[in-house]
Ligand binder design. Structure first.
Ligand code: SAH
Length: 490
């Protein structure tokens, strides 16, 4: 059997946006992914289903898997002919033991590649408003380990570190901050030298403490700073307030559950993360196309879509039977809202009608009231199996002919229960989303979580379960996110 290959990939400091494009491509191609404790949780959640995933950050006793065991896993998997991604926090060669792993691979004649990552040493500082170099403040940058072997003192050349006039960045140093500060002070560094500690750098729940050399150890204790954190010592730390941008993001650190649906969640997640929110994804509903017989479309003159899944289901079938846009020439198109209309645009068609409020009921009422549709028309609706009867009731009451076709099915994705304690909000985009949130939420405290509902129907469903609700002005993701910002900045 041919030997496999190992690719050392630096996952960056935590923010999944800081994983490199090359790293992401390697992850997609991997048969096996061996990952560490410091790899961002959003990156871990994105790892492809098909790959075997091995977490070496923890084992049963909550201790990391020893390096020898990790080595054994890498070798065995490579000898089985697998493409192995060894995924590490930050950059694999910055105190990441990447070099040691390469020694082993080389000895065993196993091919390897290295994809550098963004190191926390620089990125955590950047997210705290600290440029690690600045011509007015320093002339060099040093990354130093503050880790000491059991019962030993730190073996650091403090004299040189003080003399070099650079920015000093200590990793693995939280518990030894006092010893480091004393070492620097007793070798002549100014006791008022600005310092910063950045915990969980680049993650939405990042915390920073700005201090001075004389106070740093006690401030770390007072704020209960825990690993992973870096300590930055140097004049550049004085820029932290002025250059702060991350802490100022409108949804910074707000804890939000997004219940996942196929078509809306990725947009929602991106929009929330871009504003600094701490997003947890909860599997909710999925849709799958169902087979249906395409009717003779020339018999109809109005097509109605109430979701982007409906649009996709319709066009997939149309193309599968080798028909194209020419077979739609008799039709005008009505969509329930702008998200659905955008889905239609992807197929080269602009909606002729979108109601003022994005619900099925208002769509049907306005189509008739505004003369878009009358008794003379023949309407065809392409929808999901769980669509409500509101539109049909209005059409019936106005004596309008219609045909309804189910083009996709909605089903609940089964998953382990998700611990929602500590979360302030959950976004809900349909009544079935509400159902699955209730089913999958663990430790749900209805007093402390607010359901952000996309429209009145969803709100109605949430109220049935006595959830506290807020509803967005319009049934769009943009409007829902705006509503959230409004609440958070009140
Ligand atoms: N290879 C990693 C460093 C591994 S050593 C890198 O390049 O970032 C582990 C130390 O890295 C931690 O003790 C902490 O000091 C630092 N670290 C890693 N991720 C961090 C983060 N998100 N925020 C702050 N410090 C982090």
């Amino acid at each position: 059997m041919s030997k496999g290959k190992v690719i050392l990939v630096g996952a960056g400091p935590g923010d999944d946006g800081l994983l490199t494009i090359k790293g992401a491509k390697e992850i997609e191609k991997a048969d096996v992914i061996v990952f560490d404790r410091l790899v961002g949780e959003n990156i871990i959640n994105m790892l492809p289903e098909k790959a075997e995933k091995i977490n070496v950050g923890k084992n049963a006793g909550n201790h990391p898997v020893p390096q020898e065991k990790i080595n054994e896993i890498l070798l065995n998997k490579a000898f089985e002919g697998k493409r192995v991604v060894r995924l590490k926090g930050g950059d694999s060669f910055v105190f990441g033991r990447g070099g040691e792993e390469l020694e082993l691979l080389k000895e065993n004649n196993i091919d390897f590649e290295v994809v550098p990552g963004i190191t926390s040493a620089i990125a955590a500082a950047a997210y705290a408003g600290i440029p690690v170099t600045h011509r007015d403040y320093c002339s060099s940058l040093h990354i130093i380990t503050g880790h000491k072997r059991e019962n030993k003192v730190l073996d650091l050349d403090y004299k040189s570190l003080v003399g070099i006039n650079g920015t000093l960045i200590f990793l693995m140093s939280v518990s030894n901050a006092g010893e480091i500060a004393n070492g620097l002070i007793s070798n002549g560094m100014d006791i008022d030298m600005p310092c910063a500690v950045i915990e969980n750098g680049t993650r939405p729940y990042q915390r920073k403490v700005i201090s001075s050399l004389k106070n740093i150890a006690q401030d770390i204790e007072k704020e209960n700073i825990k690993s992973p954190a870096i300590i930055v010592v140097g004049k550049v730390c004085s820029l932290s307030e002025k250059f702060d941008w991350f802490d100022k993001m409108p949804l910074k650190g707000r804890k939000i559950i997004v219940s996942r649906t196929k078509n809306t969640s990725s947009k929602m997640i991106t929009a929330l993360k871009e504003k600094g929110a701490d997003v947890k994804i909860m599997p909710a509903i999925k849709t799958k196309p169902v087979d249906f017989e395409m009717p003779d479309l020339s018999k109809y003159n109005i097509a109605v879509f109430t979701s982007s899944a409906g649009v996709d289901g319709f066009f997939e079938k149309l193309y599968a039977i080798k028909k194209d846009a020419r077979s739609l020439s008799s039709l005008k198109f009505a969509c329930v809202g702008t998200e659905t209309a955008k889905a239609l645009e992807k197929y080269g068609i602009f909606a002729d009608f979108v109601p003022s409020k994005f619900t099925g009921k208002v769509l049907a009422e306005e189509m008739t009231e505004k003369g878009f549709c009358s008794e003379k028309d023949s309407v065809i609706l392409f929808r999901g199996n769980m669509a409500s009867d509101e539109i049909l009731d209005v059409l019936k009451s106005k004596n309008i002919n219609y045909t309804e076709i189910t083009v996709y099915e909605t089903y609940f994705e089964s998953c382990d229960k998700v611990d929602v304690s500590g979360y302030e909000f959950v976004t809900l985009t349909s009544a079935s989303c509400v159902e699955s949130f209730i089913k999958n939420a663990d430790n749900l405290d209805k007093e402390s979580i607010t359901a952000l509902c996309i429209g009145p129907k969803t709100e109605e469903a949430a109220l049935k379960y006595s959830l506290k609700t807020v509803t967005s002005k319009e049934a769009t993701i943009k409007s829902l996110v705006e509503k959230l910002e409004e609440i958070c900045n009140d």
